[in-house]
Design a protein around this ligand. Structure first.
Ligand SMILES: Nc1ncnc2c1ncn2[C@@H]1O[C@H](COP(=O)(O)OP(=O)(O)OP(=O)(O)O)[C@@H](O)[C@H]1O
Ligand SMILES: [Mg+2]
Length: 296
């Protein structure tokens, strides 16, 4: 994919204006009339046509012919807009290799203006066939025809907000550096995804950290909502960092109870299955919700 990364170099100012014009037009309709693009971009007809053609060749936009000719941004075009914005703000300098692909995201290495390495997480909501994942997301289930670009942006905004909140409460999460549209720039946590780790010297120590994370999140007013061994990174000192926050919810959410229970269940099941650590989910949940001290 990442034509968007190449686009950092390829995308000139007028091209960016045309893409931005389409983005603005897409607030009102899926396909945007050339006249509207022209108006928003401030370019004349000929230049607009020229840059539209270029963008089309680079697969940054999609053309639709109906009772008028219209354009919409592709995910590559959206990548290009967001990357350019981060670049213009001096947040990033160059993009590196892909680090990994999740169900609803792709993660890349990136260098900031001081050549320090961090990560970009590109949210990709609505591009896979994981219908069940989409269903649990509030914003995609209430609005039936939301564009995947918009859904991806909401997902990134939510994740950024919760990561910052978690960091304010000194929870073990990646530091965030920037967010634009559907992209989050954050710290690269050194370690291994817990689901890929075959042995741990002191699993109780890890287990306690996870329960402590759930409890302290609850005390801070939120629930992770997708906690499991797939979203926990463990380092060489067996310290955990929790990632992947777009679906977090406030503790006063109507389903808070259920979400908390599921997070506890997912993690306790993992420790039971893998390390034979048995726990009483109901008792843990009651202690967390009752604001009582945890015992492990
Ligand atoms: N801050 C980070 N530091 C190190 N690795 C990370 C970080 N963020 C994400 N990753 C890696 O990228 C993968 C995908 O990220 P994440 O879990 O946030 O996205 P996702 O698309 O929601 O994944 P999934 O839905 O498959 O759980 C992670 O499993 C992890 O390997
Ligand atoms: Mg994940």
């Amino acid at each position: 994919m990442l034509i968007g990364a190449a686009a950092l170099k390829e995308i000139t100012k007028p091209m960016n204006r045309v893409l931005h014009g389409i983005e603005r037009g897409m607030i009102h309709s899926q396909y945007v009339d050339i006249k509207i693009i022209q108006k928003y971009s401030g370019l004349n007809e000929q230049k607009t046509e020229y840059w539209l053609q270029k963008a089309h060749k680079l697969d940054l936009i999609r053309r639709w012919t109906g009772h008028f000719v219209g354009y919409e941004l592709t995910i590559n075009g959206y990548d290009a807009l967001a990357l350019n914005a981060l670049y213009e703000k001096g947040k990033i300098r160059s993009i590196g290799m892909e680090k990994g692909t999740g169900k609803e995201s792709v993660v890349y290495y990136v260098l900031d203006a001081q050549d320090r390495e961090s990560l970009l997480k590109f949210h990709r909501v609505g591009y896979t066939s994981f219908q069940h994942v989409r269903k649990k997301r509030r914003y995609t289930s209430t609005k039936n025809h939301m564009s995947p670009l918009y859904a991806s942006r909401l997902s990134a905004e939510a994740e950024y907000k919760w990561l910052k909140k978690a960091a304010e409460h000194k929870l073990p999460v990646p530091r965030t550096f920037a967010q634009n549209r559907h992209i989050i720039m954050m710290e690269d946590i050194k370690g291994y995804d817990l689901n890929l780790v075959s042995t741990i010297d002191d699993p109780e120590f890890v287990y306690e950290q996870v329960l402590d994370f759930i409890k302290r999140s609850w005390d801070a007013g939120f629930i992770h909502g997708d906690l499991s061994e797939f979203n926990i990174i463990i380092n060489d000192d067996a310290e955990i960092t929790v990632i992947d926050f777009p679906q977090a919810e406030k503790t006063n959410h109507p389903n808070a109870d259920e979400l908390l229970e599921r997070d506890i269940l997912n993690t306790t099941n993992y420790f039971k299955r893998k390390f034979k650590i048995h726990s009483d989910v109901k008792a843990i949940k009651e202690r967390i919700m009752g604001g009582k001290e945890m015992y492990y």
